[in-house]
Design a protein around this ligand. Structure first.
Ligand code: WTA
Length: 635
């Protein structure tokens, strides 16, 4: 069917118009022809951004695991579904065919059932990038359990918060994980977390690093022996279109992490359709997304989108720097990767190593390069284009969010002419707009403001787990009848979009969204700390790094500042994870505040950026005198 695969620019405009003029008809056609339904829908779309409520394909029945696996068995049984590349390059890669994936997912599903997991139960998956991670998510989908994957780099506290928030009964983990030359004691982290999680009855443990771990009798079970005796046939649960498929946590600017809820049918249709087009995936291509399945990019574009299209999707366990900085290119060469999707932070880190690390490898298989997670700066864009794509593979700078489920603004490779640092045009069916601070839409080109979306697309998150009110306030209250993204954007003279960055207190460090509030809370737990404020500042590899201003209870404190810095970072690492550690910590006697007592982060941000030419009027501050002192001691 023509609309499913867009091949040139005129077709893009034509299909886009159709998708906007009659979204119901458009998505119905896509859904009808490319997926396996147990029962078709009664109604394509029902929505109300005021409530807010969005329902796609109501009345339909399906199972997404059948769409990802069973449907391909007739034609692709022996094709590689998941190509697992282990941490150690000397270990063999594992090619898991669709048939094998079918058996392994069904076995896993039967194990979950035997452990008492039922439709609608929440399952926490805290597993490194090994095949069991993908298989566990699909096994949950098969039996209708709601998976909550927690990135296996999060700390025990962060894990416990997420387990408790969605009330998971069962946790899947592994003894440990490999990360380059290091190993991480994952099971130990789970044990620590579970001291705070009363609801968890069972822990299933995969063996990966063969470390000596303790197993709590009655609670902890080795996974493999259970899989060995489980049947490899498991009837898929029939799901309603709007049944939740998964919960995935993302940081907010305040408060605890938000458990974004994605449902079944709309998410499936949108991730499959975007995958096919945004990567121009063709049968027998080898596709590789370097993200971790612990993030939305991995959910949508390692697992669901690719598998729905019968693709071969690479899963890489390791890190870009191990055994050396040529590892990504070694993998591209070895597996003849055709589509490569990564984050600007990785591109910048690799660019720093020089082209010698690239030139050793044959990258001629590459056809499409992708970027996601944060704005890609011009220098990184050109380096990627010249040295990796050799100026012949288009770069798709794809903008989207955990909340959007799938890619929203992106060039379509070989279709949309690219422009460095621009995400270019909305994807089919996406209706973005730019708003000013007063809630007025800025029409026409050459405008800059806040990025909103006017109309629902199939994979929009439906709610925040257990807190619909917060969902409404965060995304639908800033602008009337609009989904507010939290990002700033501009539209250039030809209508191309460029994302300018967050307009709230979320800071993106190495592609990870970090809210300032939870980090400040962690710092403030230190007995010597009175108050703290976190801002981002530009960093050549991480994009943004964290700068902390900390006031101590006893300002004359004679303690060793270096030790204090270490202790503060240790606290952050324990409470959130190493990704949230501060690059710089400045001790100050006071923090600039408004008369109502609110910390003026805008001023602190400018100081951290070393851009103090225009601090604005500081005389209205409660304590303007502290500003000079902070400037004098900036790090
Ligand atoms: C940012 C990741 C500029 C943005 C899929 C967004 C980007 C947040 C881009 C979501 C891009 C993502 N250009 N900024 N191509 N892609 N972002 O939820 O600020 O981890 O709101 O989803 O990352 O991050 P999240």
């Amino acid at each position: 069917m023509s609309n499913y695969h867009i091949k040139h620019l005129e077709e893009y405009y034509q299909v886009y118009r159709k998708s906007v003029n009659n979204p119901e008809r458009f998505w119905e056609e896509i859904a009808e022809e490319h997926f396996l339904w147990r029962k078709k829908w009664d109604k394509v779309l029902e929505w109300d951004f005021k409530k807010p409520e969005v329902k796609w394909f109501q009345g339909a029945e399906l199972n997404i695991s059948e769409n990802c696996i069973d449907r391909h068995l007739a034609t692709r049984a022996n094709k590689t579904a998941i190509l697992f590349e282990p941490n150690n390059p000397d270990d063999d890669a594992e090619h898991i065919t669709y048939k094998q994936l079918y058996h392994r997912v069904n076995q896993f599903a039967n194990v979950l059932k035997a452990q008492g997991v039922k439709k609608g139960d929440r399952v926490c998956i805290y597993v490194p990038m090994i095949p069991e991670l993908a298989i566990a998510t699909l096994a949950c989908a098969r039996i209708g359990a709601i998976h909550s994957v927690v990135f296996a780099g999060f700390s025990a506290t962060a894990l416990a918060t997420r387990i408790n928030d969605s009330d998971c009964k069962i946790v899947i983990t592994s003894d440990g994980s490999y990360r380059g030359a290091k190993t991480i004691d994952l099971k130990g982290i789970v044990d620590e977390a579970l001291e705070r999680c009363e609801g968890v009855e069972t822990v299933l443990v995969a063996k990966r690093i063969h470390s000596n771990i303790t197993m709590k009798v009655g609670r902890d079970k080795w996974l493999q022996p259970l899989l060995d005796v489980a049947s490899n046939q498991c009837e898929a649960e029939v799901m309603q279109a709007e049944d939740p498929l998964f919960i995935l946590y993302t940081s907010g600017s305040t408060g605890k992490p938000k458990g974004m809820v994605h449902t079944t049918a709309g998410y499936m249709v949108y991730t499959a359709y975007t995958f096919k087009n945004a990567f121009q995936y063709r049968e027998n291509d080898v596709y590789w997304c370097t993200a971790d399945i612990g993030w939305i990019t991995g959910h949508s574009y390692i697992v669901y989108g690719p598998l729905c299209n019968g693709a071969t999707t690479v899963m890489f366990e390791g890190v870009p720097s191990y055994p050396d900085y040529g590892r990504f290119w070694d993998i591209v060469d070895k597996h003849k990767v055709n589509q490569f999707y990564t984050a600007p932070t990785a591109i910048r880190a690799l660019a720093k190593q020089g082209v010698e690390m690239v030139e050793k490898y044959d990258l001629s298989s590459l056809k499409v390069l992708g970027s996601v997670g944060e704005p890609i700066n011009e220098e990184a864009w050109h380096w990627y284009n010249e040295n990796i794509g050799k100026k012949k593979s288009p770069i798709i700078d794809s903008w989207w969010q955990t909340e959007t489920g799938g890619i929203m603004i992106t060039p379509i490779p070989y279709v949309t002419p690219t422009k460095p640092t621009y995400a270019t045009l909305p994807f089919i069916g996406v209706q973005p707009c730019i708003m000013d601070e007063h809630g007025k839409e800025l029409k026409g080109n050459q405008v800059e403001g806040r990025l909103c979306i006017k109309f629902p697309w199939p994979s929009i998150a439906r709610t925040i787990w257990g807190n619909h009110q917060r969902y409404k306030e965060t995304y639908f209250s800033t602008f009337e009848n609009m989904y507010f993204t939290g990002d700033g954007a501009l539209r250039d003279e030809v209508g191309y979009y460029r994302i300018t960055g967050r307009v709230d207190d979320v800071i993106i460090v190495s592609g990870h969204n970090l809210g300032t509030a939870p980090i400040e809370d962690a710092i403030n737990e230190h007995p010597a700390v009175a108050e703290s404020a976190i801002v981002g500042f530009p960093h050549d590899v991480k994009g943004s790094a964290l700068y902390g201003y900390v006031t101590l209870k006893d300002s004359g404190e004679s303690r060793n500042q270096e030790n204090l810095r270490k202790e503060i970072n240790q606290l952050i690492s324990d409470r959130i994870g190493p990704i949230a550690k501060l690059n710089k910590i400045q001790f100050t006697d006071g923090l600039p505040k408004t008369r109502s007592g609110k910390i003026m982060r805008r001023i602190l941000r400018k100081i951290a950026e070393k851009d103090t030419s225009n601090l604005g009027d500081i005389s209205t501050l409660l304590n303007p005198e502290c500003v000079q002192d902070i400037m004098d001691n900036v790090l």
